[in-house]
Write a protein that binds this ligand. Sequence first.
Ligand code: BES
Ligand code: MN
Ligand code: ZN
Length: 487
Amino acid sequence: MKISFSEKTSAEVQIFLVSEKSSLPAAAEALNGQQDGLLAEALKTGSFAGKVGQVASVVLPAGSGIRRAVLVGRGTDEADDRTLERIGGELYKAMAHAGFSAIDVCDVTDTEAVRIALGVKLAAYRFDTYRTQLKEDQKPTLDTVTLIVSDGQEARTAFGPLEAAADGTYLARDLVNLAPNDLYPESYARRLEALSEHGVEVEILGEAALEQLGMNAMLGVGQGSVRESQLGIMKWMGGDPDEDPVVLVGKGVCFDTGGVSLKPGAGMEDMRGDMGGSAAVAGTMLALARRKAKVNVVGLVGLVENMPDGNAIRPGDVLVSASGQTIEVQNTDAEGRLVLCDVLWYAQEHFKPRAIVDLATLTGAIVIGLGHHYAGLFCNDDSLAEALTRAGQTEGERVWRMPLGPEYDRQLKSKFADMRNIGGRPAGSITAAQFLQRFVQEGVSWAHIDIAGVAWVEGEKAVTDPSWASGFGPRLLDRWIAQTYES
Ligand code: BES
Ligand code: MN
Ligand code: ZN
């Protein structure tokens, strides 16, 4: 999908946004005059009332240059960013299969145009990798959307970073959508290495290196799998070479069967998405590189597969984490925290993070608590929590802060080891976060984002979120980094 900005119209299809007041915008009015009132007539016929999602299409007589004018509802004249994105998504959806390859979107302000363009881009995502029988009419014909603005150069400049973030969303969606027989730790590592084309430095550590480092909690999760566990290290060094990095950490459980504490069969296929946190991190690294962000950011992803097997970890096993703290495994399905605790240790052992943000599809409990509309935010630093909350609001990837505290931490007491890996039924998402916090050193600013409810789309799909994987994360993180460290 090519999205461009121009000061002049050229496509044979022109889109006009009409509000619920249902009067034609200026450029449409001019065309209406030339066409004997055809557009005004279209406004009055049928059920078109200018609502977002409504479309009325007018075929124009041959010889008029333009073949079609399409009226697209915009709701109010003062649509907010989220609505503008939705309008972009709706107009893409209406035109994607209409048989035209190019459309112009007319009569929008330059700022509106930029957000509408983002909506078009997000809605145009497809994941057809495994489809061999798509019919021609199932493939989109539309490949160029041009937004008509007063200053094309300025609009392009404003769209650049948003498009970069959306490229990150695309990558995250692809990774989450891929089948677990295609995307396993080593094949995932190869995909991360491809980020070096964009200027991201990528290093992969295999099991021998992880053993050397003593990352036995993470290795424990992967030991029941025939696939070798991998630690992915991605660096975007766009800032001052002496500047300490922001560190992003992602849970990359390529498939989570639960291990010996096996999950029920129904719905287990969704656990292909249990690497959504790592996908958010990879997507953010791409976004930073695409927009050449002037900041240093390190992305660390723990890539493993959680399988039951003769060699798998058992409930009752005690693991010695890289930090030296010992963990009694009471449930092999609480594996994400075992991966993350060692990666968090790595982050602090090898870098001096200005802040650490980890993302993980960590608990089913967060889905019970917040559903599919907010990710859970756990944070030891109020200003970091506020900045992440604000960035999430701005980009429509919302987080809701949850509490932490010693009373929750006590639920992790073990009879045998420094801690156990589950905290019992009450407050399951909070005790998971408490577990992680035990691996965060004094004075380190840290946030954990539990994305189990938002990494893929359950139920009603937003038009800007057309596939199973939402690609949650890169827009939020990229915005937070830009706002906090680059201005
Ligand atoms: N990957 C799951 C969490 C999850 C559940 C993500 C549903 C997305 C949708 C995680 O590894 C897990 O199994 N957590 C357990 C923890 C429990 C054993 C303490 C859970 O939530 O049931
Ligand atoms: Mn699990
Ligand atoms: Zn999991």
